[in-house]
Design a protein around this ligand. Sequence first.
Ligand code: PLP
Length: 387
Amino acid sequence: MKSLQQELDRRRAEHLYRRRRVLGSPQGPLLQVDGVELLSFCSNDYLGLANHPEVISAMQRGAQQYGAGSGSAHLVSGHSAAHHALEEELAEFTRRPRALLYSTGYMANQGVITALLGRGDTIYQDRLNHASLIDGGLLSRASLKRYPHNDMATLANQMDAQTGGESLVAVDGVFSMDGDLAPLPALAALCKKQAAWLLVDDAHGLGVLGQDGCGSVDHFGLGLDEVPILMGTLGKAFGTFGAFVAGSDELIETLIQQSRSYIYTTALPPAVAEATRASLILVQQESWRREHLQQLIQRFREGAEQLGLSLMASETAIQPLLAGTAERAMSWSRALEEEGLLVTAIRPPTVPEGSARLRVTLSASHTFEQVDRLLDGLGRLDQGAPS
Ligand SMILES: *Cc1c(COP(=O)(O)O)cnc(C)c1O
C-alpha cells in the first residue's frame, strides 16, 4: 500500500494542495469566508440568481408542496410534477422537442455519452473540455481522440481516419477555464458531413449568451438539426442545482431507457426543480442582468488592459489571468485575499501544466465599483512576465 501522506506532502510542495473554505453566507459578491468578509470574483452565479428572493420562495413553496426529498429515482416513484413541468419549460426555452433532467452536469455528460457510445465507437474531444466530458468518454469505452483546442483541421483529419462505429464530438460551448467559445458552426458542419453526433455542453453559455439567455448554440443561430445534443447545467447562471439534456424525442427516450446516471440515482428534490422554474423565468425576462454583465466585462477588460495584465481572449463572464506556475497563481490569490478579494487560483490538472491562472468570474450582481476594487488589487500584484 502506498503512503497517502507522502502523496499529500508532494502536492503541498508543488503548490497543488487544494483546500476548502467554509462559507457562512449565501452566494453573492460579498461572502463570509472562514469568518471574514471577502469580495468574491469566483462563483459561477453569473446572473446573481442563487440568492434571489423569488427563487428562494419558489424553493420554499416547493418544499411545502412536495417535501424535502424526492424519495427515489425518476423511473421508480421520484418523478414529480415539478420535475415534469421544468423539463417541458426547458425544452421550450432551448427550442428543442424535449429535455431530460439529471441530478448534476457531471452525471448528464456521463449519462448521455455512455448511452450513445460503446466499444468500437469513437469520441472526439477538445483538449480543454470539462473533466465530466472526458470521464464520460472513458467510461463509455469508446476510443478517445483529443484534438488541440479549437483546431478544426486536426479534428477533420482525425475523423477522416475513423474506420467504423459511431462517432461523437463533445465540446464545451464556452470553455470553463478559458472563457472562449467553441467554433460551433464549423463543428456542426463537420459533424453533419461525417454523420457524427455533436454534443455541446453549455454550462457557461446558458443564461449568459444568446437571445433571452438561450446560450452559445443560440448565439450562433444553431438549431436541433445542427446541435442534436444540448447539455446545460442549472447550478451556474440559473443559480440552483442540477442539469439537463435537450434534444429529439428519440434521444430523450433513449436516455430514459439506457442512461445509467439517469436511471440509477435519486431524482433532484422537487423543491429544487420549483426554484429552477422561477429562475428560468428571471433568466428570460430580466435581460438587464445580461446587459449589466456585459458592461462589467467591458469595464474589467479595459481596466486590465490599461494595467498591462495578461488577459486571455474571452468575451464572456470568465476572465482568466494567466500566471504560469501554480506557485505564482497561489501567491497572487493570497495577495488579493489580504486585500479582501477572493479569486481562486486554478492549477493543474484542472488546466494544462504551465497555465495556472486566476479565474476571475463576473456576475450581474457585481457593481462597477466592485470591479474597480478588483482592478486596484490586480494592479498591485507582483507582475513580471508570466513564469
Ligand atoms: C460545472 C460544469 C459541469 C458539471 O456540472 P455540475 O452540475 O456542477 O455537475 C459540466 N460541464 C462543464 C463545462 C461545467 O463547467
